[in-house]
Design a protein around this ligand. Structure first.
Ligand code: NAG
Ligand code: NAG
Ligand code: NAG
Length: 711
């Protein structure tokens, strides 16, 4: 490999102490070793700053190319601010390369200070007429727990800076770096690991491209954001083709900075509505709600920072007009996010950006499919306000995978994990019998604005009978009102979309939803007075006679959060297993689900251990973030552990439910309700958006109805 050779060559020419003292860090002379290297990933963080990187084993190698002759910096932070960031700063002064591992104090003035442990290794540095280039590497986890941020499978917040001046003299003393606040540009969310390598496609005479482009979309003025939906009709793909790659197409450099993400949904069937929409230029997505519900399978997802997605070499996503004819493209334009160094806002601008699809009639051996796992987007998914650590779990139960998957199982090769604004962590867990396997994917630092398919390093097999759990952790501490599940950005989701092969059609949506008794019990209510109006509580005795409405308004989440969490995680839920035709899989309509009894589970630990000699200059650290198996974990323990964080929570518990916390009827609740009241199971009042109160009262009504009939 060219890259390997190059790196080794460069390494031999320079001093390579793993632990440098501050004094040593002062001057590192690197002879130029300017060979082309192969990079797995490259992106422009802005027009003047390009970042390239590759990962080999436990090492990550970066190159920064910035249009400046001053100093440049790259860093990683946990929260996207510069405070607490891990940074490298370097510059070239009269042929000498200066380079230091630095950090910014959590509560400091924002200046990057030199670390006592130097964990970045300079490989190359030079200046040409226009640019400064630095190449360096580090361990994914350097084990400098004080000042370095480990590079993990989580969404990283990458910070970059550059300035046209550089320090002179004793640059390692505080205050010597010119204007760090001005040099600091912005933070960008990026997957550094689990990305598709951008290898060129194999030559194929039958490879074609198709561009799905927006047409003259008026960008919002001022600080607005816009979700634009445009329908496309694929008429001319008369026999099966494979989609093997997609990438973004930008109208212009300016429009590129306003396009936040683009998502391509595949629609089921064809209806006059889809047909009409495909002839129009598109509309804001909230007006396309109806269509979005039938277009629930995400085929392609691009987000800023992404280079595009290629399918594994043996897999393609089937495109064929008589299977799926309509595709809905959702484009999110934003003029506010990360506005730090953006070009001035245009007065009136239209955009024609979109996606380029590469497809071929040279079929690959495997058809890819999309499986959605998680909590059904529905108001029954309740997230209490004022809590730092709320866990929600959506189950894809064994009964459904048993019926749907082929005997050899399916292989998941990429996932996209979706929450909205208050989502912090997402994990896709896999349970076989009573044992948990290694989590398929785990992100402990999600950014809801940064969503794309991440490629697993090797496909993960899921067998019939396996259970998958999408586990989401939310931080609602900034919210004073309850948050409900739903598709609008103010509502929350907990969904993992998995790309897998071989494709099957029995199961495309594998969700769950807390049952009505679970919802009611989680509010501390045991029983309602059957048929009462307004609905009253029958037990427990201390609540007896209280109206449900009073209960909801006065519920003390702060003191009852633990029991709420216990009940929602342990209570029964309704599995929802839907086929490609948007109907429940036969035999799964009346399932009832419970949390699994797991005898062995996985836990992520961070362990930095010494390996090798005790000679200070030679200390090496061994691979760190590891999952370990644990026997017998229970929700109780997890709940107790999770609530530790909440003790110092001093949120005024204002539980008034905002009118804004509106929700939408999703198919599941409606069919279930209709089942209860004897209506046709396929009826769906689409697009309804009454407020959550009406909803809660509605279910309560149903619940008392059920009680009345049981008696
Ligand atoms: C200087 O190096 C950068 C980064 O490799 C390159 O993009 C640029 O074209 C070079 N400029 C000149 C004048 O050679
Ligand atoms: C990151 O994901 C890869 C699979 O894509 C896995 O092999 C690796 O163990 C993960 N690392 C951690 C720390 O979880
Ligand atoms: C888990 O175990 C408990 C008691 O051992 C049992 O009552 C419950 O039904 C089990 N749940 C499942 C899903 O197997």
């Amino acid at each position: 490999m060219l890259r390997e050779v190059m790196v080794r060559l460069c390494r031999r020419r320079m001093p390579l102490p793993t632990v440098l003292t501050v004094a040593l860090a002062a001057l590192v002379s690197v002879s130029p070793c300017v060979t082309g290297a192969h990079w797995d990933h490259a992106i422009f963080l802005d027009d003047d700053y390009r970042l390239l990187w590759s990962i080999t084993g436990q090492d990550i190698t970066f190159e920064v190319q910035a249009r400046t002759h001053g100093y440049i910096g790259l860093g990683f932070s946990k929260d996207g601010t510069i405070y607490g960031a891990d940074m490298v700063i370097g510059w070239v002064d009269q042929g000498q390369v200066h380079f230091q591992d630095r950090h910014v104090k959590k509560h400091g003035d924002g200046e990057p200070l030199v670390d006592s442990s130097q964990d970045y290794v300079l490989l190359l540095g030079y200046e040409n007429q226009t640019h400064t280039v630095l190449r360096f590497k580090r361990k994914l986890d350097t084990c400098d727990v004080a000042y370095d941020v480990p590079i993990t499978n989580d969404t990283m917040r990458v910070i970059y800076m550059y300035h046209n001046k550089e320090p002179h003299g004793a640059f390692y003393t505080p205050g010597s770096l010119p204007d760090p606040a001005e040099a600091f540009k912005q933070a960008r969310s990026l997957f550094l690991t689990q990305r598709i390598n951008q290898a060129p496609l194999k030559p194929d005479p039958r490879l074609r491209t198709m561009e799905l482009l927006n047409q003259d979309v008026n960008l919002p003025q001022g600080d607005g954001t816009l979700h634009w939906c445009k329908m496309f009709k694929l008429n001319d793909i008369n026999r099966k083709h494979h989609l093997i790659r997609y990438e973004p197409v930008f109208d212009s450099g300016t429009s590129a900075s306003y396009v936040y993400h683009m998502i391509l949904h595949e629609c089921q069937g064809s209806s006059p509505e889809l047909e009409i929409m495909s002839r129009e230029n598109g509309c804001p997505c909230y007006r396309a709600d109806k269509s979005i519900l039938t277009c629930n399978s995400i085929v392609a997802a691009w987000t800023r920072g992404s280079e595009g997605f290629s399918f594994p070499s043996q897999v393609g996503y089937p495109l064929e007009s008589n299977q799926a004819r309509f595709y809905l493209m959702e484009t999110h334009y934003s003029l506010t996010a990360n506005e730090y160094s953006w070009p001035p806002k245009p007065k009136a601008m239209v955009d024609n950006s979109g996606l380029r699809l590469f497809y071929t009639s040279t079929l690959r051996s495997q058809d890819a499919g999309v499986l959605s796992v998680g909590m059904d987007p529905n108001w029954r998914h309740i997230i209490p306000p004022g809590q730092e650590h709320v866990v929600s779990e959506g189950h894809c139960v064994g009964e459904c995978t048993q019926r749907a998957f082929p005997r050899d199982g399916v292989n998941i090769f990429a996932v996209m994990m979706r929450t909205h604004q208050i989502g912090r962590q997402i994990k896709l867990r896999q349970i076989r019998h009573r044992e948990e396997l290694l989590p398929i994917a785990h992100d402990r630092n999600t950014d809801w604005n940064y969503q794309e398919y991440r490629r697993l390093s090797a496909p993960v097999r899921v067998l019939p009978g396996d259970r998958l759990i999408a586990e989401c952790i939310y931080d609602s501490s900034a919210r004073a009102a309850i948050t409900l599940g739903g598709l609008t950005t103010r509502e929350e989701t907990c969904l993992v979309l998995a790309l897998y092969y071989p494709r099957q059609k029995e199961l495309t949506t594998c969700h769950s939803l807390p049952s009505l008794p679970t919802v009611i019990n989680s509010l501390g209510i045991n029983e309602l007075v059957p048929g009462s109006n307004p609905v009253r509580i029958a037990s427990p005795p201390e609540l007896s006679g209280m109206t449900l409405e009073t209960r909801l308004i006065s519920y003390d989440w702060r003191n009852n959060f633990r029991s709420f969490q216990y009940v929602t995680r342990r209570g029964s839920f309704k599995p929802l297993c839907w086929s490609a035709k948007n109907q429940p899989m036969p035999g799964t309509e009346n399932l009832e689900g419970f949390a699994p009894n797991i005898t062995k589970s996985y836990k992520l630990i961070r362990s930095c251990s010494f390996v090798g000699s005790t000679n200070v200059a030679n200390v090496l650290f061994q691979n760190r973030n590891r999952y370990v198996t644990e026997s017998e974990t229970s929700v109780d323990r997890a709940a107790a552990a999770g609530s530790d964080d909440d003790d110092d929570d001093d949120i005024d518990s204002n539980n008034v439910i905002e009118g804004a916390a509106r929700s939408k009827v999703s198919r599941s609740s409606v069919t279930e309700s209709m089942g209860l009241s004897g209506g046709p199971a396929t009826f769906r009042p689409l697009g309804a958006a009454p407020n959550m109160f009406a909803f809660l009262l509605f279910i309560i009504f149903l619940y008392s109805f059920r009680i009345a009939h049981r008696v």
